[in-house]
Design a protein around this ligand. Structure first.
Ligand code: NOJ
Length: 522
């Protein structure tokens, strides 16, 4: 495909906005203080009200929950904490009835140590499944290579006294890495995809998928002891991704993949799209490492354009997820910035992924050291329960939930915000509606506008005769710019469309920390 152009009939995931749900934290209907599948179903009206197109659910599969579901013990069943297969089928049907889609979180790099495959593999050195994981000989005082786990601190290897060998785990010892060099592993994992594709899911978010291919000699990192996560780029992964793509392509309905490729070079991330035969999309995490700084954002946007456009790779945008402090917090907590960031996330060329609760302007909960739930110790704040109502319990039935609520839940909750057209939730809703009504915003080309004024990020989106210019002032000062063409203000983060503003002429003034969507005056 030619650079910066999309097909006239794009697949659904190119025009969609995806809403990430961390199921433990979304909505509890059982009363145990932990969210569940029925809770998600009970809140679909909120997603429909907002106007998102798809929901991505972090893992709900059978799991001992050592990493809250990213340690899967059975890919083809639902953990009783969240519900059961029937509840999942009902959710899928209800989401589809509302014209939305479901993306599940598939965890291919590792299983739980309680997965039947690993328990068999561990049971003896000559078990037929021994080679489904990475076992290496050695003495108990010297791990086989210098790889470190992402968390907890320490080697990515655990010594198994019974068999006198080490097994590899890029994350906790409860999460042994699958050996994708073994064709039986590849076949079994393909079957887990088919299980859910047959049930009608629309796609998969693929956890640390760039790590599935490994050089079987597992050489030391040349850079010294550390995690391979941010630098490992092994050719066999691309071969595995082509096989995975063929599994998806065998189904109708544009089933999609979005990879968590945690490499911070967009050029390298773009190679994971292959020749349109690997991932459909990949996260480009440069955005989450970028502060509220127009020059830095210009580099990130340009970096994505330069990397993805030439290979026809469809970009993605993300500001928050379940692994990071929420972006409102990262950007300093300012309400105006949180509002301007709505335009940043939703108006760049590519598929935006928003994280549940960002539409409420949430910051992270404060979690006391003795309340920490996360094995990495640092991610609980962004996983706080979503406040649904202003009053006691915020719509959560239990006296105590698995984590405390985020600050100001009496204001930053769905019920309060949905009746207040001046709220950030309404701004999300309005910008989502504007995006849905504009081919330029959904799938148009993108041109960065340079040299307008320090601290301003501006870009033009065009599709046939539909055009939008987005300007964001990332400074604490009101500024004036000269666009050299007459435009009208369609929407402003200061006061949204629904607040009564008709389009009116843009006079060049942009208030501090605000954004605008402009349309040409014809
Ligand atoms: C990335 C996921 O986003 C994170 O939550 C998880 O802990 C690791 N992968 C391990 O699966």
């Amino acid at each position: 495909m030619a650079p910066n152009v999309v097909s006239p009939t794009p697949p659904w995931w190119q025009t969609a906005v995806v809403y990430q749900i961390y199921p433990r934290s979304f909505c509890d209907t059982s009363g145990n203080g932990i969210g569940d599948i029925e809770g998600i179903r009970s809140r679909l009206d909120h997603l429909e009200w907002l106007g998102v197109d798809a929901l991505w659910m972090s893992p709900v599969f059978t799991s001992p929950m050592a990493d809250h579901g990213y340690d899967v013990a059975d890919y083809c069943d639902i953990d009783p904490l969240f519900g059961d297969l029937a509840a999942m089928d009902t959710l899928l049907a209800d989401v589809h009835d509302r014209g939305m889609r479901v993306i599940l979180d598939w965890v291919p790099n590792h299983t739980s140590d309680q997965h039947r495959w690993f328990m068999e593999s561990r049971s003896s050195n000559d078990n037929p499944r021994r080679d489904w994981y990475y076992w290496r000989e050695g003495t108990s005082d010297k791990p086989p290579n210098n790889w470190q786990a992402v968390f907890p601190a320490g080697p990515a290897w655990t010594f198994d006294e019974a068999s006198g060998e080490w097994y590899l785990h890029l994350f906790t010892p409860d999460q042994p890495d699958l050996n994708w060099n073994n064709p039986d592993v590849r076949a079994a994992m393909a079957d887990t995809l088919r299980f859910w594709l047959d049930r009608g899911v629309d796609g998969f978010r693929m956890d640390v998928v760039h790590m599935i291919g490994k050089d079987p000699t597992l050489p030391d990192l040349l850079s010294g002891p550390g995690s391979p996560l941010l630098e490992y780029d092994e050719p066999s992964t691309h071969q595995h991704l082509r096989e995975i793509r063929r599994v998806l392509d065998a189904y109708d309905g544009d089933r999609c993949s979005v990879g968590e490729v945690y490499l911070l070079e967009p050029d390298v991330v773009a190679t994971y799209y292959g020749n349109d035969d690997e991932l459909h999309m990949s996260f480009n995490f440069m955005s989450v490492w970028t502060g509220w700084d127009a020059d830095a954002w210009r580099r990130v946007v340009k970096g994505a354009q330069d990397a993805f456009d030439p290979v026809g790779g469809w970009p993605t945008w993300v500001l928050s997820n379940h692994d990071l402090p929420r972006h409102r917090q990262r950007f300093g907590g300012d309400a105006a910035i949180a509002r301007a960031a709505v335009l940043l996330l939703l108006c760049l060329r590519g598929t935006p992924f928003m994280y549940a609760g960002e539409e409420l302007g949430l910051v992270d909960a404060e979690v006391a050291p003795d309340q920490i739930q996360d094995p990495s110790g640092s991610r609980d704040g962004c996983r706080a329960p979503i406040p649904w109502e202003p009053g006691h319990g915020h719509g959560w039935p239990a006296a105590k939930n698995w984590l405390p609520f985020p600050p100001e839940a009496a204001l930053r909750n769905a019920q309060t915000q949905r009746v207040d057209p001046a709220s950030i939730a309404w701004l999300y809703k309005d910008v989502l509606a504007e995006r849905r009504g504009s081919s330029a915003l959904q799938r148009g080309s993108q041109e960065l506008l340079e040299g307008l004024c320090d601290g301003i990020l501006a870009w033009r989106r065009s599709y046939e005769d539909d055009e939008r210019i987005i300007v964001i002032n990332m400074t604490n000062e009101d500024v004036e710019i000269d666009l050299a063409e007459p435009t009208m203000i369609r929407m402003s983060s200061v006061a949204s469309h629904q607040n009564g503003n008709e389009d009116h002429a843009f006079d060049g003034g942009i208030p501090a920390n605000s954004g605008m969507i402009l349309v040409p005056r014809r």
